[in-house]
Design a protein. Sequence first.
Length: 422
Amino acid sequence: MSQRWTVDDAERYLRSLELFGMRFGLDRMHRLMTTLDQPERRFHSVHVVGTNGKSSTTRMIAAILQRHGLRAGAYLSPHLVSFTERVRVDDRDAEPAAFAHAVQRAAHAAALVDRRQPAEDRVTQFEALTAAAFDELASREVEVAVIEAGLGGRWDATNVLPSTVQVLTNVGLEHTRWLGPTVRDIAREKLAVVRDGATLVLGPGLHSDALEEARAAAERHGATLVQAPADPGVEVAAPGVFQRRNFALARAAADAYLRAQGRPGGADVQHVRAAAAAVTVPGRLQVVAHEPLTVLDGAHNAEGVAALVESLPQLTAGRRLVAVVSILEDKDAAGMLRALLGHAEAVVFTRNRNPRALPPATLQSLCAQLGGPPCELVGDPRAALARARELAGAGGVVLATGSIYLVADLLAPAGQRSASIL
């Protein structure tokens, strides 16, 4: 192999693959795994699928398992500032040099795979990144890795895992172009990750059609079905009512994994409590400034915004709320605004750097149709946040939401490109 890559080399390579977009199918991924000597089989795995809450739940499961003395890894998507955030071991992001070398190994494997594939069937960015993640987790000798699916489940690159526990957070109408037009269709695609004889853990409040599909999948695969409660039974440091539900699911999933590994008592409450007190989730109700209180949240669909709104009383405590909003074109922007606008006294619409971001004027028009509060248009996300802080005043609250890419733009150092567009 040539001279070792730097993290800049690795990110440059990964960004170059954005040109080739998304292509579903597992053949390329299986070839990558074979070329890399099957890293996905060198650790146990918990596979997390669903519409909302995947990243939070993944972090929380890994945190609980780590506190039970296991060397635990995690694979998350998307990232906010650096690709290194996606691969974590023992509650820390990957070291830049180690991540870069893992991507270099995956790039070499991808080149070998591409040689045998038609020109239009190249390894994708997410496949190369997933291969690098699995290779790095194996190299770090993790005992168990908690893996977040990218999109769907059946044809997602992560579905080469021989996972022992699968987790379904929830199912909403998202990515219908790829996953199907109904909750039942989407649930079926996500539940294609269930393995024979495994344990399937379901999030609380699952849609009835998704629940029927989950029961059918468990029966078909001889899997044990576990329904998580709505409350985790411990205090959770991560803010938001929705994070309590996510932690309840994470606790049930960690307990299922530990029992599957021969620990009859399952998850120990003291270790669970320690994890709950420590785990944080960047980009979800993340406080970045005070006077006015300024909060970033990556809610990116109607269900996510509804969960965010549920936690707003804790956030605002009756203070003036000004929202900064950017939404991607493939989202239910009207549904998201309908859930949010009644809680804001003013809105600043902006446009994140993702090419799929809706023009602010389109959002302004939707706001008017929905009878929303006064709004302004500020194209640059940082300038939009600054304007919202002026409107809120020192005693108010500013909430930036609508897309994880907006959060990424606001967290990235000035002038640095942030999250991947895929």
